[in-house]
Design a protein around this ligand. Structure first.
Ligand SMILES: CC(C)(COP(=O)(O)OP(=O)(O)OC[C@H]1O[C@@H](n2cnc3c(N)ncnc32)[C@H](O)[C@@H]1OP(=O)(O)O)[C@@H](O)C(=O)NCCC(=O)NCCS
Length: 149
């Protein structure tokens, strides 16, 4: 099997990103929001693919020396094979090259997979936004994490 490759996403990838997000994660990202990350200015998107198949993506943004990971999604069938780590590492490297000194993110307390991924990549807990996210059963906390680049 071919290894997955990672590249910057463009406007032509928005439909594939939208579809992957619907299948693999929560459906709160509109095509319009995703499109903003494919225009390559302050907001950026890296996409992982194998042949024609989109396997994952990471959305990040940067203002001066501070960057943030805004979303990361890997197709269910491709999860737990290192792709999330590869996308995150690629994005962190690009942020550092672009002059960021710190990367921030927010993650749901219940999202064990994402929390482990971030912790393994050097992110530590800075604080908690209590009851920040809506859930089917009420509200849940956002954990605020960051790491130096
Ligand atoms: C979070 C996510 C991107 C991880 O992608 P991935 O490609 O599976 O990540 P990796 O294979 O690089 O895994 C890295 C580490 O994260 C942890 N991890 C990943 N998935 C996990 C799971 N289902 N349960 C527990 N730990 C998990 C493990 O420590 C793993 O390392 P290991 O496999 O050597 O034990 C993926 O689960 C996903 O798309 N989830 C849905 C979308 C989402 O919640 N995004 C985060 C928004 S903040």
């Amino acid at each position: 099997m071919l290894p997955a490759s990672i590249r910057a996403a463009g406007e032509e990838d928005v439909a594939a990103l939208f579809s992957l997000n619907l299948q693999a994660a929560d459906a709160t990202w509109s095509e319009q929001n995703l499109s903003r990350y494919c225009q390559g200015t302050r907001y950026r998107c890296l996409l992982a693919e194998r042949g024609q198949e989109t396997l994952g993506f990471i959305l990040y943004s940067q203002v001066c020396d501070e960057a943030s990971v805004d979303n990361i999604v890997v197709a269910r069938a491709a999860q737990r094979s290192g792709l999330g780590t590869a996308l995150l590492n690629e994005a962190l490297g690009a942020m550092a090259v672009a002059g960021a000194g710190r990367c921030l993110l927010e993650v749901r307390r219940s999202n064990t997979a994402a929390r482990k991924l971030y912790a393994r990549s050097g992110f530590t807990l800075d604080g908690v936004r209590a009851r920040y996210y809506a859930t089917a059963r009420g509200r849940e906390d956002a954990l605020l994490m960051s790491r130096r680049l």
